[in-house]
Design a binder for this molecule. Structure first.
Ligand code: MEV
Length: 381
């Protein structure tokens, strides 16, 4: 079988140079070899730097996301994660790949108001537009691209504490600095309006309005089998999925398998991993009980999977702008917007989840998933 888009049979058997060439990265091979971060740059990034630390950078083949082929950059220290992603992507590709939907890029900040007057909510409602207007014009670049403050909402934690939320469209940036500065600017105004003491103002990494959902169908025939027929393997797969739904202890590990893929893409593209993880685990506890981020059902001869994660992905700002490899890698691989990047990362998460459940439900982790661990150990002998 010949190459079709990002589907390159035997990609994993090629040498590093051929993988670079086939994924269209030859003209950044120097950056790929050095990792793209010199100590002098690192020293400008954070405090008390003494050097840099490297992780492997891989390209997962086979992905098709929203009808377009893509080579997915992944950085992880764990053997088998990239193989799991590529295997899941190969299966999903047979039914058209991954389809992702992304919400508006709205990031939210919270302000805690202590001891507000009893009519604080009425005053906020009466002044909502005026308050938003006061916030406009503070981030002209984002506003010129259609972003900026969009909405104010609030809720009482208890009679003495009111939380005000600022929702701002931050376009392709995660926008922590944008919403933090809006919240800090609004706090004194809220104090005078409500008679409260503004205790603190900061982004919420819950990302209540910024999410990405990805769906894909995986042919039952593509399941790992062990001794089982495809239909038996599919039923066992669904038992693994329901186990995660009904048992928070299993759900944590199920989600870890998803985050194997999502975080690897985030690492390779210089994202805020802590924001991503914190938001994902908030989402997993969304209904008060920790549960799986993905859901699965059998639809004829395919397993249909859906995954929703917080959209904390950015193609501008933060480390993306300061790391010479992360930014250029995204450009070379046509990840031209934060929405596209979030869609690809979520697809990698669902692909890894499919592969993990497929192997766990049939041949077992030691035989399947861990084969590559053993290969890595052998290479150390
Ligand atoms: C290992 O990194 C990930 C798995 O534990 C995920 C899972 O159990 O679903 C295999």
């Amino acid at each position: 079988m010949k190459r079709q888009g990002s589907r390159i049979p035997g990609f994993h058997r090629l040498c590093v140079r051929d993988r670079i060439r086939l994924s269209g990265l030859s003209d950044i091979s120097l950056e790929l070899a050095t990792g793209g971060l010199l100590p002098v740059h690192a020293d400008n990034m954070v405090e008390d730097v003494v050097g840099v630390i490297s992780y492997p950078l891989s390209i997962a083949p086979n992905f098709m996301v929203n009808g377009t082929d893509v080579f997915v950059p992944m950085s992880t220290e764990e053997p088998s994660v990239v193989a799991a992603a590529a295997r899941g992507a190969k299966a999903a590709r047979q039914t058209g790949g991954f389809r992702a939907e992304v919400s508006d890029p709205v990031t939210t900040a919270q302000i805690l108001l202590l001891s507000p007057e009893s009519d604080a909510e009425t005053r906020l409602a009466e002044n909502r537009e005026a308050l938003l207007n006061e916030l406009r014009g503070r981030h002209p670049t984002i506003e010129s691209m259609g972003g900026g403050p969009k909405e104010l909402t609030w809720y009482r934690l208890d009679p003495d504490r009111l939380v005000v939320l600022i929702h701002a469209d931050t376009r392709d940036a995660l926008g922590a600095n944008v919403v933090d500065s809006l919240a800090e600017a609004l706090a004194p105004r809220l104090e005078s309006l409500t008679g409260a003491d503004a205790i603190g103002a900061i982004i919420t990494n819950a990302m209540p309005e910024r999410k990405v959902t990805v769906r894909a169908s995986f042919p039952v025939d593509s399941l790992a089998r062990g001794e089982y027929s495809p239909q038996e393997a599919a039923q066992r797969f669904l038992h693994m999925a329901s186990w995660a739904k009904d048992d928070p202890m299993r759900a944590v590990t199920h989600n870890k398998g998803i985050m194997n893929g999502v975080v690897a893409v985030a690492m390779a593209t210089g994202q805020d991993i802590r924001a991503l993880e914190a938001g994902a685990h908030f989402m997993a506890s969304g209904n008060g009980r920790y549960g799986p981020l993905s859901s699965w059902h059998l639809d004829g001869d395919v397993l249909a999977g859906t995954l929703t994660i917080p959209h904390t992905f950015a193609t501008v700002g933060g480390m993306v702008s300061r790391h010479s490899l992360a930014g250029v890698l995204m450009k070379k691989l046509n990840m031209d917007s934060s929405d596209r990047l979030a869609s690809i990362a979520a697809s990698a998460g669902l692909a890894c989840n499919f592969s993990a459940l497929s192997v766990l439900a049939t041949e077992g982790i030691q035989k399947g998933h861990m084969r590559l661990h053993r290969r890595a150990e052998k290479s150390q002998d």
